[in-house]
Design a protein around this ligand. Structure first.
Ligand SMILES: Cc1cc2nc3c(=O)[nH]c(=O)nc-3n(C[C@H](O)[C@H](O)[C@H](O)COP(=O)(O)O)c2cc1C
Length: 201
């Protein structure tokens, strides 16, 4: 199985939960992952985070845990003690229990930039529970939410103008999310069109 089979692409970020070990310390945090031109996985990890420090201090490998469970994403930021681990097959970093797929990776390169590190990962093993598993990505849900807002505007523009304006602002925000999370021209065009159409109502 390859990373593109679970939705990884060169255009759109896949949102994963990265688990990592440095000696006795284990940590998990959500991260956006994208393929680079060589087909390796690329992450941008901002400073002041535990993951950042662990990589700079010598962590050698990690696991990208694939899930669309919002509670796991929440726990990976706010309630890390609730995360349950199980051993990985090829790397020292553990897998998070209850995910749909796992990508066990070597940290092949970590280049320090201003305020973040560019990290390149080499996948050693990709294991998915089913062929249909896809990593979570933001542009699809953002476009659907924008369409929901759009379809509510005709109703609110007569009964509650303030609410109608708020819906347009939300569509603008969803468009920003699309632009932030993908370079895909068609998805970006769709997001812009929804906003333009909403402004004309
Ligand atoms: C869906 C999602 C994607 C994220 N992507 C990144 C990312 O690509 N790079 C990053 O530095 N932080 C990212 N974050 C923020 C970190 O996960 C967050 O700051 C976390 O608390 C860091 O945990 P740590 O201090 O234990 O490393 C993301 C958060 C979410 C919810």
């Amino acid at each position: 199985m390859s990373s593109d089979e679970i939705g990884f692409s060169r255009l759109t970020y896949s949102e994963v939960i990265l688990s990592i070990r440095l000696k006795e310390m284990v940590n998990s945090a959500p991260m956006g992952a994208i393929l680079n031109d060589r087909g390796e996985i690329s992450l941008k990890i901002y400073e002041k985070q535990r993951t950042y420090k662990m990589i700079l201090e010598g962590a050698r490998d990690c696991v990208l845990n694939i899930t669309d469970d919002p509670i796991l994403f929440y726990n990976a930021i706010f309630e890390k003690e609730k995360i349950r681990y199980k051993p990985a097959k090829y790397v020292s970093s553990p897998r998070i229990r209850g995910c749909n797929a796992y990508i066990e990776c070597l940290i092949a390169d970590a280049t320090t930039r201003k305020g973040y590190i560019d990290t390149t990962l080499k996948p050693l093993l990709i294991e998915a529970a089913a062929d249909t598993v896809r990593a979570y990505s933001r542009p699809g849900p953002a476009i659907i939410e924008a369409l929901i807002c759009y379809s509510k505007i005709p109703h609110y523009k007569d009964v509650d103008k303030e609410k109608a304006e708020k819906l347009k602002k939300m569509i603008d925000t969803f468009r920003e999310i699309v632009y932030h999370s993908t370079k895909d021209r068609i998805l970006r065009e769709i997001a812009t069109k929804i906003l333009e159409k909403a402004k004309k109502i």
